[in-house]
Design a protein. Structure first.
Length: 320
């Protein structure tokens, strides 16, 4: 099945900017969309809930104005990420606002919900669900998700443990719908590699943290630039779900990165507090293994231009 036109015709690079807890906000999303990649943000980043209405209004109106002024180069669509796990007490209200503004794409995480997919489809939106294995992929499609985001080993924040080669292979054995790949993708070459494996689009998160528009503190951005795969540590301690984090931030929070206790998945908490009063995501920073390709903090437009250039060069070499 071909990509929906909304995920194909308006993208200048076959990529989606992943929703980043705390970090993603309207300025980042708008910059990503204007640059030609899907920009996204977690609904939970908008606090209080009334701010979500303001953010959706700002993003919708700003992109519409951009499209009027640039009819030959319209912006890519934006996406809202909804945590559909039962622990999210805001889901019903957040979905009501998502429906009010008709968010073009809705990314669902931590559980598949048929009612959420149906609500998005009712206004013509597209739903993508992130999965870490083939079993969850089947469940998501059975519940009505239009597409899947394969979160493979090496992805930042909450991540899977399966090789991207194996995960895409398993899903493509039965699913011909939209498939995105997440996990250590930070170059145009990696985007092309994701497509060669069978994915339609790349799902990129950590590289966008080190941008001018990202709502991350300078030390976080500098740590992304200074880091590489050896600076990433995986653990279930902080939220009960396996995630990848920047080693220096874990150490600064008072933990031994090489001896982290196991977290309790039954006590899942997306903003849990560590023993040192450091808070995951705010003080203990999520990051993927691909950050070695991030050499500087720069505007989103420049990052996307690099990805686009590298992608074109990689395709040219393969065809030579």
């Amino acid at each position: 099945m071909a990509l929906p036109s909304i995920l194909k015709d308006r993208l200048r690079v076959p990529a989606v900017g992943a929703p980043l807890f705390i970090v993603s906000h309207p300025s980042l999303v708008i910059a990503q969309c204007k640059a030609g990649v899907v920009g996204s943000f977690p609904a939970l980043n908008a606090r209080p809930i009334s701010q979500l209405d303001e953010w959706l209004h700002e993003i919708t109106e700003t992109l519409a104005a951009h499209d009027r002024d640039h009819p030959d180069q319209p912006a890519a669509p934006f996406a809202v990420n909804q945590i559909v796990h039962k622990s999210n007490a805001r889901l019903e209200e957040d979905m009501a606002l998502t429906m009010k503004w008709k968010a073009p794409v809705v990314i669902t995480s931590l559980g598949a919900r048929e009612d959420v997919n149906s609500a998005v489809h009712a206004y013509g939106g597209v739903t993508l669900h992130d999965v870490i294995n083939d079993r969850f992929a089947h469940k998501a499609v059975e519940k009505g998700a239009d597409g899947l985001i394969a979160v493979a080993a090496g992805a930042g924040g909450h991540a899977g443990s399966i090789s991207p080669f194996a995960l895409v292979q398993d899903i493509r054995a039965w699913f011909d719908g939209p498939l995105l790949l997440s996990g250590a993708i930070a170059t145009g070459r990696a985007i092309l590699a994701a497509q060669a494996m069978g994915a339609d689009l790349a799902y990129i998160g950590s590289a966008f943290i080190a941008t001018d528009e990202a709502r991350a503190i300078d030390d976080y951005k500098k740590a992304i630039v200074a880091g590489d795969a050896s600076h990433i540590v995986g653990s279930t301690l902080f939220t009960g779900i396996f995630g990848n984090y920047l080693r220096p931030s874990v150490a600064k929070a008072g933990f031994d990165p090489d001896d982290l206790p196991t977290g309790d998945p039954k006590a899942m908490n997306f903003a849990s507090r560590a023993a040192s009063e450091a808070k995951v995501w705010r003080d203990i920073w999520g990051s993927g293994q691909g950050i070695g390709a991030v050499k500087q903090v720069q505007p989103v437009a420049e990052l996307v231009a690099r990805l686009r250039r590298e992608y074109a060069e990689a395709k040219k070499r393969l065809c030579a």
